[in-house]
Design a protein around this ligand. Structure first.
Ligand code: GLN
Length: 193
C-alpha cells in the first residue's frame, strides 16, 4: 500500500522540505536523510534541487558517493530534480563536473539563458492519447541535451525532454515539488512499487 512506503529525501542542501510534503500528499511517508546509514531504511530516495557544486562538496565530506552508488545498486528507485538530476547524469557540461553517472544522459547546467533563468511553464506528460498538461517550474535549470538509447523521455517543455527514466532512475530538469501537481511524485511512488 502506498501509505507504507518510506521515501528518503536527501537533506544535505536545497529544497528538500517541499519534496517531503509532496511525497506525503501523494500517500507515502517521507524521511529527511542526513546520514548515509539512514539510506538503509528507505525504499526510494529523492535528490532535490539546489546547487550541484555545493552538493558535491558536502558529498565529498562524507561517504556519500559510495553509499549512493550502493543504494542504486540494490535497485531502489532514485528521483533527481534539477541539481539532483545533474548529480545522477552520466555527463555534465558547462562546466564538466563529477557525477554519479546512474542515467545515460548528458545535461548542461544553467542552460536556459539569462532572461529565462527562472520561469514557470506548461509542459506535457505522457504521449499520444495519454498526453496531458503538466505545470513546471524551472530555476536556473539544466537542460537534458542527450539521452542514451535505454532512456525513456516522459515529459516535454518547449521542445526539450524535461523528465526521463532509465530503469529505477528518474530525473527532472524542473521542480515538480514547487507546483501543486502530484504527477511526478505519484509516478515515482509507482516505481517504488
Ligand atoms: N543551477 C543549479 C546547478 O547547476 C541547479 C539549480 C536548481 O537545482 N534549481 O547546480
Amino acid at each position: 500500500m502506498a501509505g507504507e512506503q518510506l521515501i528518503g529525501v536527501l537533506g544535505l542542501q536545497g529544497d528538500y522540505c517541499a519534496h517531503g510534503r509532496m511525497l506525503e500528499e501523494a500517500g507515502a511517508r517521507a524521511q529527511v536523510v542526513k546520514k548515509t546509514a539512514q539510506l538503509r531504511r528507505v525504499q526510494g530516495l529523492v535528490i532535490p534541487g539546489g546547487e550541484s557544486t555545493a552538493l558535491i562538496k558536502l558529498m565529498d565530506a562524507g561517504d556519500w558517493w559510495e553509499s549512493l552508488r550502493d543504494f542504486a545498486g540494490t535497485g531502489k528507485p532514485i528521483l533527481g530534480t534539477c541539481a539532483g538530476m545533474i548529480l545522477l547524469a552520466r555527463e555534465v557540461l558547462n562546466p564538466p563536473q563529477k557525477s554519479l553517472g546512474l542515467i545515460d544522459a548528458t545535461v548542461e547546467r544553467n542552460s536556459y539563458g539569462r532572461q529565462q533563468e527562472s520561469f514557470e511553464g506548461m509542459g506535457t506528460f505522457g504521449r499520444g492519447r495519454r498526453e496531458r498538461p503538466l505545470p513546471m517550474v524551472f530555476i536556473r535549470a539544466p537542460r537534458i541535451c542527450r539521452l542514451g538509447p535505454r532512456v525513456k523521455a516522459l515529459a516535454f517543455c518547449r521542445g526539450d525532454c524535461v523528465l526521463a527514466r532509465q530503469g529505477p532512475i528518474l530525473v527532472a530538469s524542473f521542480h515538480p515539488e514547487l507546483t501543486a501537481d502530484l504527477t511526478v511524485h505519484r509516478y515515482f511512488l509507482g516505481m517504488v512499487g
